[in-house]
Design a binder for this molecule. Structure first.
Ligand SMILES: *Cc1c(COP(=O)(O)O)cnc(C)c1O
Length: 438
């Protein structure tokens, strides 16, 4: 597999107009028969292809790609990425436990972000020997110092600065302005580094930043890293040597790219986007000789995943047609939570049947009006029993799923080359009831 020849491809394709949708060379009809629906299907090849794009783009400087575990924390995906040298960005003790379970050797490549770490989580991470804590407040730095002293383990830390850079994205996933809860101002960070410069148990290792998620343009990343780099230079003048700059994650994908029948015909070019991102970061880092960390989540896994669902019913209410699926907002909450768009395609392309689309709402069975995947969307006519695929669902899909309405969560399948394997079995009602007493 060479990155150059395959990066514009998408993993979900109709190999022929009359064939069902495939993930690589595996038929989604076959997967639905074997594992049932709703079902998350991921392409391992695509995830590795995306990782390789970042690794190639920063090949000229010391760097580490720390996959943001919260985007999709499946053990099999963590293991896959760890085997190719990735590190991890975690935001909880639970995510650290996942990394330790999937790839214990990767503990030294973990950075720990998040605005509210508990003493127990800090202890766990200190004992695991993670690379660095991304500290988000004065209070947290004091807590880290006291836990490190107590355990007699030196803690490497980075302070997450809030660069006050505006990035065009959904307000719920924008994080880099002073009005947001994340990080501290550059002036505060400077004072914090100085205040612990002589600490026996704290080691100033890096400076980190993360300005938000689903950001399309490269410019705000460059601006944020420029401000971080200038802080690093001021720290150097004060005798504080910083070894890593962590540029965070947030590079966005295009959720509106219609599925091409020609796999090379995609309008969205991930290689170009990574190239522009790397160019902006490299310009901002000119003269910095330490290690660059980046924390991509969505960009690595979103387009590698689809949620496969079966049509339960088609009903008309007045002028509206509702396609009711066996997947619901508890399985994929992005449309309800962020008004997010997902391309939805029939697994049978319909090319050999009536091709004229109808305008429909695609909804789940959960008792909430907000339980929809698409509103007023053209869709080729479907019948109960037909399969649909919600594309670009690999990030913040299963990771944000719940048991709302006492619905067991879907199974997950990973496609690697020509083979597919179950990486998480479907939950049972017994799983749901297990922690409870009546
Ligand atoms: C969520 C998050 C990321 C990943 O964001 P993506 O948009 O998925 O790339 C990276 N770093 C931090 C600190 C985060 O909170």
């Amino acid at each position: 597999m060479t990155a150059a020849s395959t990066t514009s491809s998408r993993p979900f394709v109709y190999p022929r107009p009359d064939a069902p949708l495939h993930c690589g060379s595996v038929s989604l009809e076959k997967l639905a028969r074997e594992y049932g629906t709703p079902l998350y299907v991921y392409s391992a090849d695509q995830i590795l292809e995306r990782l390789a794009l970042f690794q190639a783009a920063f090949a000229d400087r010391p760097h580490l790609v720390c996959y943001a575990v919260k985007a999709n924390s499946a053990l099999a995906i963590l293991k896959l990425l760890a085997e190719r040298g990735a590190g991890f960005d975690i935001v909880s003790g639970g995510e650290l436990e996942r990394v330790l379970a999937a790839a214990p050797e990767a503990a030294a490549r973990v950075v720990f972000s998040g605005v509210g770490k508990t003493a127990a989580e800090i202890d766990l991470a200190l004992r695991a020997g993670i690379l660095a804590f991304n500290v988000e407040s004065q209070g947290e730095l004091a807590l880290l110092a006291s836990r490190a002293a107590k355990l007699r383990i030196r803690a490497r830390f980075a302070i997450r600065v809030n660069p006050d850079v505006f990035a065009e994205t959904h307000p719920y996933i924008s994080t880099g302005l002073h009005e947001h809860k994340f990080g501290v101002s550059i002036a505060t960070a400077l004072a914090m580094y100085k205040s612990v410069a002589k600490s026996k148990w704290l080691e100033a290792h890096g400076v980190s930043v993360h300005i938000g998620s689903q950001i399309a343009s490269a410019a705000p990343f460059g601006q944020a890293v420029e401000r971080v780099h200038s802080l690093v230079r001021r720290l150097a003048r004060a005798g504080i040597e910083i070894r890593t700059i962590d540029a965070g994650g947030g590079l966005g994908i295009d959720y509106h790219t219609p599925l091409p029948t020609n796999p090379d015909g995609a309008a969205f070019d991930p290689a170009r986007r990574v190239h522009a991102y790397a160019k902006a970061l490299n310009a901002a880092l000119d003269g910095f000789e330490g290690q660059l960390l980046i924390e991509p989540g969505r960009f690595l896994v979103a387009q590698a995943g689809a949620l496969l669902t079966r049509v339960l019913n088609v009903k008309r209410n007045g002028k509206k047609t509702f396609v009711i699926t066996d997947a619901a907002m508890n399985d994929l909450i992005r449309p309800a939570l962020y008004q997010a768009h997902h391309e939805i395609v029939p697994v049978r392309s319909g090319k050999t049947r009536a091709p004229k689309p109808r305008i429909v709402d695609i909804v789940g069975p959960v008792c909430e009006t907000g339980d929809f995947f698409a509103r007023s969307r053209p869709l080729a006519p479907v019948e109960p029993g037909d399969l649909l695929a919600l594309l670009d669902a690999g990030a913040y899909g299963m990771a944000q799923s719940s048991n709302y309405n006492s619905r067991p969560r879907p199974a997950e399948v990973l496609v690697e080359g020509k083979t597919a394997r179950l990486i998480r079995r479907r939950e049972t009602i017994a799983d749901l009831l297990a922690p409870e007493v009546s």
